[in-house]
Design a binder for this molecule. Structure first.
Ligand SMILES: [Zn+2]
Length: 117
């Protein structure tokens, strides 16, 4: 079980990660906007630009998803349920939380969850 000090450290990790993602999302939106504003000289250029925007869009979506998970974890820090598995109510190992601070499930439950999915 993560103690108060460890939770505090993990909370800082979450907050740093959150800031980074927000910056990244903002950055990729800016570059998509500048691509849209740039002139397309021929069809080949256009194809390149749209596939880049497409990739950026996917990356941005993943980051939005991660951002949601981080927000969720921060809420759990607030209400004291952070570090407790959502499925079995057992505490999540500190090593797992360090590797993935927004983990919702302990390792065994995560494995079950992934198999069932
Ligand atoms: Zn569990």
């Amino acid at each position: 079980m993560a103690n108060a000090k460890q939770v505090e450290e993990l909370k800082l990790t979450l907050l740093e990660r959150k800031e980074l993602i927000i910056k990244n999302i903002q950055g990729s939106r800016d570059s998509i906007d500048s691509l849209k504003n740039s002139e397309c000289k021929d069809e080949f250029d256009y194809a390149e630009i749209s596939s880049d925007s497409f990739k950026e869009g996917i990356i941005a979506n993943q980051q939005v998803k991660e951002l949601g998970e981080i927000e969720d974890a921060l809420k759990r820090v607030q209400d004291g349920s952070y570090g407790i598995c959502d499925m079995c109510d057992e505490s999540i190992a500190i090593g797992r939380l360090r590797a993935k601070p927004f983990a919702k499930f302990c390792t065994p439950c995560r494995e079950i969850y992934e198999v069932e999915k």
